[in-house]
Design a binder for this molecule. Structure first.
Ligand code: ADP
Ligand code: MG
Length: 310
C-alpha cells in the first residue's frame, strides 16, 4: 500500500468517511457518451446535449483558493459556448466571479444579497455577460458579507436562494452554477439547498482533502433535512502540476476515494487562468488555445455528457 500524501494522522478517518461516499455515489455518476458517440460529438453542430431539465450545481469547498471561482466561471463559459444557457450565481461577497464575467458589482449595484435578504426578484439582478450571448451572471457586492449574519434571524433562512431561483422564469437556463464562498455558513447552505448537484474542486496539493470530509457531512445533513435529491456529482482536480510527484499522488488518492465522481480531465496549473479575470474574461475567450482553457473545455464536455445519467 502506498503512503498517503495527505495528512497521515487523519488518513484512516478520511478513508472511512470517504469510502462510504464512493460506494453511494459511484452508481449514480457513471459517466459516458451515448453508445457510439465519442464524448466530443455533441449534436453535430458544435452544441452539446442539453439536459432534460436545468441542472443547478453548487461549486463548494470551504477552503479558499482551491479554484472554485475559476472552475465556476470557466465551466460556465465553456458550456455557454456550446449552446447551453448558463447562469452563474456569485455567492461570494468578494465578487470574484462577477469580476471575471465583467458584471458590475460595486456598492449600490443590486445583487444576490437583495435577493436573499430583501426578496428582490432574481430578474432584477441578472445581467447578460458582455460578448457571451448564452451566459448570465447574478452578481455579488460586498453587501453579501452581511448576509451570513442577517439571514440568521430571517424566516426560511436556508431556502431563500432556492425560492429566488424557482421564481425566476424569464430565461430557461440549462445550467445554474453557484460559486460558493470559502465557508460552510448560511450562504453555502443556501447554495446546497438550491442545488441538485455539488461539485467540489480539489487542489492537487498537500492537505487537499482537509475539510472535504466536513463538507460532505454538511452535504449529507442538507440532504437529510432540506434537499433530499442533492448529490455529490463531480469532483474536479485543480492546479495540477505534472512536474511534482505530490500532485500525482494526491490525484491518485482522490481517485481511489471518489472513483468515477472525479472528472477524467485534470486542470493544470496555467498562468493564463490566473490572468484572465483581470481582463474581465474567462480563459475561454482570453486565450482559448492555452492548456487551462482546453482543460476546462474538456471538463465542461464531460459534465455536459453526464447530464444523460443525472
Ligand atoms: P477559490 O474561488 O476557491 O478561492 P480561485 O478560483 O479564486 O479559488 O483561485 C485562487 C487563485 O488561484 C486565483 O488567483 C486564481 O486565478 C488562481 N488559479 C485558479 N486555478 C488556477 C490554475 N489552474 N492555474 C493557475 N492559477 C489558478
Ligand atoms: Mg472564489
Amino acid at each position: 500500500m502506498t503512503q498517503t500524501p495527505l495528512n497521515p494522522g487523519d488518513s484512516p478517518l478520511v478513508r472511512e468517511a470517504l469510502s462510504s461516499v464512493v460506494s453511494r455515489e459511484t452508481s449514480a455518476t457513471q459517466t459516458a457518451a451515448q453508445p457510439g458517440e465519442a464524448p466530443g460529438d455533441g449534436n453535430g453542430d458544435g452544441t452539446w446535449p442539453r439536459p432534460a431539465k436545468c441542472r443547478v450545481i453548487a461549486v463548494a469547498n470551504q477552503k479558499g483558493g482551491v479554484g472554485k471561482t475559476t472552475t465556476s466561471v470557466n465551466i460556465a463559459a465553456a458550456l455557454s459556448m456550446h449552446g447551453q444557457r448558463v447562469l452563474v450565481v456569485d455567492l461570494d461577497p468578494q465578487g470574484n466571479a462577477s469580476t471575471a464575467l465583467t458584471t458590475e458589482h460595486h456598492v449600490g449595484v443590486r445583487d444576490v444579497y437583495q435577493v436573499l435578504v430583501d426578496d428582490l426578484p432574481m430578474a432584477d439582478i441578472v445581467k447578460q455577460v458582455p460578448e457571451m450571448p448564452n451566459l448570465y451572471c447574478a452578481p455579488a457586492t460586498i453587501d453579501l458579507a452581511g448576509a451570513e449574519i442577517e439571514l440568521v434571524s430571517l424566516v426560511a433562512r436556508e431556502t431563500r436562494l432556492r425560492r429566488g431561483l424557482a421564481a425566476y422564469k424569464a430565461i430557461e437556463f440549462d445550467y445554474i452554477i453557484i460559486d460558493c464562498p470559502p465557508s460552510l455558513g448560511l450562504l453555502t447552505v443556501n447554495a446546497l439547498v438550491a442545488a441538485d448537484e455539488v461539485m467540489i474542486p480539489i487542489q492537487c496539493e498537500y492537505y487537499a482533502l482537509e475539510g472535504v470530509t466536513q463538507l460532505i457531512r454538511n452535504v449529507d445533513l442538507v440532504k437529510a433535512h432540506l434537499n433530499p435529491t442533492l448529490r455529490l456529482s463531480t469532483i474536479v482536480l485543480t492546479m495540477y502540476d505534472g512536474r511534482t510527484r505530490l500532485a500525482s499522488q494526491v490525484a491518485d488518492e482522490v481517485r481511489a476515494h471518489f472513483g468515477d465522481t472525479v472528472l477524467n480531465t485534470v486542470i493544470p496549473r496555467s498562468v493564463r487562468l490566473s490572468e484572465a479575470p483581470s481582463y474581465g474574461q474567462s480563459v475561454m475567450t482570453y486565450d482559448p488555445g492555452s492548456s487551462g482553457a482546453m482543460a476546462y473545455m474538456d471538463a465542461a464536455r464531460e459534465i455536459a455528457h453526464r447530464a444523460k445519467v443525472a
